[in-house]
Design a protein around this ligand. Sequence first.
Ligand code: URP
Ligand code: ZN
Ligand code: ZN
Length: 461
Amino acid sequence: MALLIKNGEIVTGDARYVADIWCEGETITRIDRDIPAPPGAEVVDAAGKFVFPGFIDPHTHIHLPFMGTLAKDTYATGTQAALAGGTTTIFDMCCPARSEEPAGGFETWKALAEDNACCDYSFHMGVTKFDGRTADQLRRIAGEGIQSFKIFLAYQGAFGIDDSELFQILHLARELGVITAAHCENAILVAELQKQLLAEGKTGPEWHHESRPPFVEAEGVHHLMTFAEATGAPVYIVHLSCQEALEEALRGRLRGVDVRIETLIQYLLLDKSFAERPDFEGAKFVMSPPLRHMDNQAVLWNALRQGQVDTVGTDHAPFDFQTQKPMGLADFTKIPNGIPAIEERVSLLYTHGVCNGNMDLHTFVNTASTNAARIFNLFPMKGTIQPGSDADLVVFDPAYRGKISVSNQVSTVDYNAFEGMEIQGRPEVVTLRGQVAARDGRFTGTPGRGKFLPRPLSRNT
Ligand code: URP
Ligand code: ZN
Ligand code: ZN
């Protein structure tokens, strides 16, 4: 198996130049000008195109039993949509219920992904309780190459943990050198505000954001910073949505907390007015933390440019509008939370980031690929283009013009939150470890070829 990508403009986190890329088997083995095409090699003409490292989504929920239902994707459908959109590696959230043991949860998620995932994957290990049996199991799971935990300071009674559990998890994470990803919202505040709104007869999706205002998220971030400071554990804030939360995170960073920050493509492009659409359409846009006032978008773009925010993910959590979102028809607190975006993230970030002057090409690559690989210990196997790296490549056509629509998406969810948005540029050819896996927005790869990526420990203290 040999692949030659010819004459593309290679763009990585810190370099930009025209060259050919020669891939043997699953690996990039040579980057040079005028590499001849040997007989039998597959040749991709990338003249006039960018060649980016395969994009990495640091936060997805492919398998997600949540709020009384199951997210729509399977590992096959979700990862085919990912590849069609240029994402070659995902970090999926393994989220066992509090009634389950972590080891059992991990086996369940791994078994579902194995032989089904079409792109490469790792997991963040959700720790949804901490008792006498948890530490040994987490040690074993970390030993299997899962060098990140995931915790929820929200979702009281479901995935949420209390402060004593938070302390113990971070303490163990520090000992193991594992980074902990955290959903930061004060669960008690959310529960009380929800009760108040419902008692006032405010039951529609337009009230979701009122139940989780920016101070709820800012308090969650402040809380995490305090516990991270107390334990010395490195942390990663998932789906940061607003200025208030950002300020708390930066304050923590200033006092020495080892904190990395993720925002989502949804927060950069959608605002709370989407969730206020009439006739329950707002339910399509219910996620947590909620979509914010649009003033926050400029703050987040600026933070990405400044390197304050490290990654742009999706928190892809697909629930059908026709059959699943209506679980909350009479009560917004029962609307399954999530806005799918695994397929759209790269083109939207390029269009609104690079084309609109919100970020340069290197920031685009860093925030959508390289930084996640570095933070979660996959670099330089993933997240860059250099000899020895996996041949995960995105030949990207900057001249493509199109519109996002549910009618032409690979994803199986029944709506698209970005419906009608214009796209400037898209992945034309996507390779996964040396094989073409998508062309022109369609999955063309080998079903089930995605590989579990055990991650080495690099944060040992
Ligand atoms: O609304 C969201 N974000 N749904 C997925 C679960 C989570 O909180 O990450
Ligand atoms: Zn979350
Ligand atoms: Zn999530």
